[in-house]
Ligand binder design. Structure first.
Ligand SMILES: [Zn+2]
Length: 308
């Protein structure tokens, strides 16, 4: 990794339990920068792990960046924490990125970061069955051989199929599973309900959902205003070198981005950060490249929303 002005959180990728170490790191980061960062608990996971949000900036334009809806994609949690440290470093050094002074940007926007949406799922992938609470220990869908490829939460609900949309994906699972089970109804899970409440309260001008596989950017969900959103997506594609997924009518799915675009008609991206590695967690060796491709994404996204 090239010289950074901070210590990356990538070492936490191997922590046990992962979610507790991440939440401790989030608390510590906020305590180190009390004038810059505010910390909120926006909800708790099925197994009672706090889902934390960090706010950075004081501007009226609010932007949401969240990671690890999918259990095996926890490298995006590390990425978001490092993005926060990177932004703080730029602010403290009064730096400019692409002609944007970060101090001024943080007066225009407030970033709301939710690094770990699915703590129970991430723990299952990274730490195995020891993290399963007694209540769920004997659930038949929790099969050990599936843990390395797990995407859902601990109840076997795929959180990124648990939002209400007009065009749910076809071929979804009908019972709790490692992936693609949408749950008994939209927002049935505390993790998605937490994001719903946060989103309704903050009325974000734009959002980014970090996922991990395929180096692609999804930006379309049957919205009318395609020009604005395509311009923003192209800027992020240019910055990251990720491929833009072409518009397909209708686009199906019930993920956060789909729900947000359909409900709020504001720009929302799903960014898949790593090369396709198959149904497993992203190996650590990809992290340095992921960070450098994405470190400026919040800044460029904010800039493109503030001055389209
Ligand atoms: Zn995903």
């Amino acid at each position: 990794m090239k010289k950074l002005y901070f210590k990356s959180f990538i070492h936490l990728y191997h922590a046990h339990p992962f979610s507790r170490s991440i939440n401790q790191a989030i608390h510590k980061l906020q305590k180190q920068h009390p004038n810059l960062l505010s910390l909120y608990e926006i909800g708790r996971s099925v197994q009672g792990i706090p889902i934390l949000a960090l706010y950075l900036g004081s501007g009226p334009i609010k932007l949401l960046i969240h990671g690890t809806h999918h259990a095996r994609e926890a490298i995006t949690t590390i990425l978001i924490l490092d993005q926060i440290q990177y932004l703080i470093g730029l602010y403290q050094r009064k730096a400019c990125i692409q002609d944007t002074p970060i101090c001024a940007l943080l007066k225009q926007v407030t970033f709301v970061f939710v690094p770990l949406v699915n703590p129970d799922g991430a723990d299952l992938v990274l730490n195995g069955e020891t993290i399963i609470s007694p209540k769920y220990k004997n659930c038949p869908y929790l099969q050990k051989q599936l843990f390395p490829s797990w995407k859902a939460n601990i109840r076997g609900v795929d959180l990124n199929e648990n939002y209400p949309t007009k065009y749910p994906a076809p071929n979804l699972a009908h019972s709790p599973s490692s992936q693609l089970y949408p749950g008994i109804h939209p927002f049935s899970e505390p993790e998605t309900f937490a994001l719903k409440c946060l989103t309704e309260k903050k009325l974000f001008a734009g959002t980014i959902s970090y996922h991990s596989s395929g180096e692609e950017i999804y930006w379309y969900y049957n919205q009318e205003n395609t020009q604005r959103d395509l311009i923003i997506a192209k800027q992020i594609a240019q910055l990251t070198n990720y491929k833009l997924i072409p518009k397909k009518i209708p686009t199906t799915g019930s993920g956060y981005k789909d729900w947000f675009i359909e409900t709020y008609q504001q720009p929302s991206l799903t960014i898949e950060v790593a090369p396709y590695v198959g149904p497993k967690k992203v190996p650590r060796k990809f992290y340095s490249s992921i960070f450098y491709k994405n470190k400026d994404v919040p800044i460029v996204f904010a800039k493109s929303i503030c001055s389209p």
